[in-house]
Ligand binder design. Sequence first.
Ligand SMILES: *Cc1c(COP(=O)(O)O)cnc(C)c1O
Ligand code: SF4
Length: 352
Amino acid sequence: MIQRTGATVQTDSPIETVQLDKSWQQLLSEAVSEPEQLLQRLQLPGSMQASMQAASENFALRVPEPFLKLIEPGNPQDPLLLQVLPQARELDQLPGYVADPLAEQSSNPDAGIIHKYHGRLLLVISGGCAINCRYCFRRHFPYQDNQLSGTQWQAVLDYLNEHPEVEEVIFSGGDPLATPDSRLIRLIDDLEQLPQLKRVRIHTRLPVAIPQRLTDALRQRLSRSRLQAVMVLHLNHPNEIGDELKHWLQPWRQSNITLLNQSVLLEGINDRAEVLIELSERLFAEGILPYYVHLLDPVAGAAHFDMDEQKARQLVGAMAAKLPGYMVPKLTREQPGVSAKVQLSPDLPDKS
Ligand SMILES: *Cc1c(COP(=O)(O)O)cnc(C)c1O
Ligand code: SF4
């Protein structure tokens, strides 16, 4: 068990800690963005502010309330805090850590389209995120040039018509669920008209930051779509599964929507086998299959999160030695110019 004390520890009546009165948009607009405010809110020493300031000017601090509630007050090493806390060392320039580690800007045929893998087209449908993760490989991505506007959406439909081999459209970002339901529903309406398409997939961390984002309107639209719907969540640590997420996720589990998770392996956050095993078990208990664990993409500012490849293979090996196969995610690394994500084999311990 991961021991944790804090605002949302389990009670006999889990609903007590669930926020029912605010919309996701309201929670999004009220996200904490000032270093001082974060420190006060979490009862952390004001002396931490100096280190946060410059880093947050480079890539803004952003943490919504539901995620904040999962962080243990007074603990500067909390694994959820470390994912969102700006730190001076992000500004260190280290060889090999670059602005566009996946060379995505070269597989960007049109604004908002990334066509890198056969049969799947990734669309950057939103520039925003509900939470700013310090390790994010897109922290320097030129979103302003890459958001799909109305006219560009027509260009996406044209591109799909010219590429009948594409069977799956992936909504990505930023975070695609930062987009209002009304717009998402219009996009799905249009995509359904393309007979070649079989699946629509959403890559999102928003429900982890603001579980209230799991609205009925979106769920019902996806559930009755001709397209098979897949939602790939992004959780890195078992503490990210709180009562609110469980509550809002519940109806999605019964809605014919495949739920998967991807994690990034992060030094100091999920770098122990017990943590990753607990994450897989808690994901599966909520109806989510662990899909991928990724090695960090070497983005400038995130070197301190980077995990050694050998250690990553041992961690996944330790998971495989303890868990049923369907709870062991694939370990992958992205490599520019290769036809799929590169899979690394787990390093299995001897049987004891
Ligand atoms: C990861 C990724 C995909 C999806 O790959 P899967 O292995 O099918 O999950 C598609 N396009 C891009 C650009 C990606 O990075
Ligand atoms: S794209 Fe995902 S990982 Fe990056 S900041 Fe947004 S939510 Fe976090």
